[in-house]
Design a protein around this ligand. Structure first.
Ligand code: MV4
Length: 447
């Protein structure tokens, strides 16, 4: 096992990784920007290195500074966390070339899944159902229209280098397609430096369901169940739960075994997630995330597997050492993302936390680097805390969530806690009846 790990991230996820390292007796190095000198993950690390000024380009995305920090502290391995450099294949390769272990998948696997057209082709090869669409990048309007006729309108134009929903355009007929294709191509070029665009059948009311996977790169792959991430706005997830209220055991089994079979064939190493759209009993691959995700704790709660510990063990060359039959799924878990945002318009609300009291008790987990007196900096993602609640059934979990939200005190800034309190009281949500557009409708209704 490693003696010292450098954590190339900030905030709650850096703290989460710091905890897993300390649980395993591994020393940690926190790298931080000047804005994060007083952060809790920095305070709790064994060593710290300031890698630059607040803008991410100058610090958390500054590859030479991070590699230098690893060299001067004598770290064995680097955990990229999520966001920032976590899905940057060049970074993964540079880490390896400098003699450190990258705690994640192979650079090649990151690269393949980072290109959405290549990823989709790979999904087909791996036996995962994909949304019917154009076989590759569209050449011209005529071939796009021909593809659309085969699939049937409406069709969705997607940027190959996009992802996260950026650069998508909906076309209802030939005329719209002719108008939108050049627009999509030039926007893709401007936004991602690659003008490849492809099209797919448009699913009007799908759910976003993803399967959590762990592979050791030595032949063993397990899944940790699915997560329903349909509650989102502007492609930002707000609340996630597992199990999905939409799946029965038969479809869940098909979904998870398809994902595991694909990753066995792929030879995947580390934690990864395959995202699906699910509608009318059918599921379709949309993309794969080759990193730890924000919502990983709910999968940990129902499976009992510490995913970051497994990532560390796998990166150190240890085999997983357990199989699917050793994992027993129990109960229900929900994560609420608490953002430093104004509830009315979701604009960021950075500032000093004047009072802080986190909820607790059985089945309540708070992953957060907040503390009283902490100043939430304005430069980064607004996620400041994750409230994760677990209980034996979904109904009990909702009840516990309501209780935990009421206990949570964060003053001095505005947060999304009141939004979560409204969501748990909603009848559709309580019944598990929601799709990817539900939250935007809910917000529009009540202003
Ligand atoms: C779709 C879709 C409907 N039909 N593809 C958005 C993120 C990107 N990764 C895939 N996305 C979508 N792809 C087809 N063929 C609807 C979405 C979509 C979405 C997907 C998951 C979660 C939230 C979403 C919000 C809007 C649109």
């Amino acid at each position: 096992m490693f003696e010292k790990v450098l954590i190339a991230n900030r905030g709650e996820i850096a703290l989460r990784i710091n905890r897993a390292c300390h649980d395993l007796g591994i020393k940690t190095v926190a790298v931080h920007s000047t804005a994060d000198a007083r952060a809790m993950n920095v305070r709790l690390a064994d060593e710290t290195v300031c890698i630059g000024p607040p803008p991410p380009r100058a610090s958390y995305l500054n590859i030479p500074a991070i590699l230098s920090a690893a060299a001067i502290t004598g770290a064995d391995a680097i955990h990229p966390g999520l966001g920032f450099l976590s899905e940057n294949a060049e970074f993964a390769r540079a880490v390896e070339e400098h003699g450190f272990v990258f705690i994640g998948p192979s650079p090649e696997h990151i690269r393949v899944m980072g290109d959405k057209v290549r990823a989709k082709a790979e999904a087909v090869r791996l036996g995962i159902p994909v949304v019917p669409g154009s076989p590759g990048a569209l050449r011209d309007v005529a071939s796009a229209q021909a593809a659309a006729h085969e699939i049937g309108y409406p069709v969705l134009l997607k940027a190959s280098a996009g992802g996260g929903g950026r650069g998508m355009k909906l076309a209802h007929n030939d005329a719209e397609l002719a108008q939108l294709l050049p627009l999509a191509q030039s926007e893709a070029m401007a936004g991602f430096g690659d003008d490849s665009v492809y099209l797919e059948r448009y699913l009007a009311r799908p759910r976003h369901i993803e399967v959590q996977l762990l592979g050791d790169g030595q032949g063993t792959v397990v899944h940790l169940g699915e997560r329903d991430c349909s509650l989102q706005r502007s492609h930002q997830k707000i609340l996630e739960e597992t199990r999905s209220p939409a799946l029965d055991d038969a479809i869940r089994e098909r979904l998870t075994s398809t994902a595991v079979g694909a990753m066995e064939k792929f030879g995947y190493r580390s934690a990864g997630t395959i995202e699906f759209l699910y509608q009318d009993g059918e599921f379709f691959f949309i993309e794969m995330n080759t990193r730890l995700q924000v919502e990983h704790p709910i999968s940990e709660m129902i499976s009992g597997v510490d995913m970051v510990r497994e990532q560390l063990r796998i990166a150190a060359g240890e085999p997983l050492g357990f199989g699917q039959r050793d994992i027993a799924f129990n109960g229900h878990a929900i994560e609420c993302r608490i953002n430093a945002e104004r509830p009315d318009d979701f604009r960021p609300s950075p500032g000093r936390i004047s009072e802080y009291h986190a909820p607790g008790g059985l089945g309540v987990r708070v992953d957060s680097a907040l503390y009283q007196g902490y100043e939430v900096p304005p430069y980064y993602d607004s996620l400041i805390s994750k409230l994760i609640v677990y209980d034996t059934t979904r109904e009990r979990c909702l009840s516990r969530l309501r209780r935990a939200l009421a206990e949570y005190v964060i003053t001095g800034i505005e947060t999304t806690i009141p939004l979560h309190q409204r969501i748990v009281e909603n009848a559709d949500f309580q019944a598990g009846k929601y799709d990817i557009h539900w939250l935007e409708r809910f917000l529009a209704q009540r202003g």
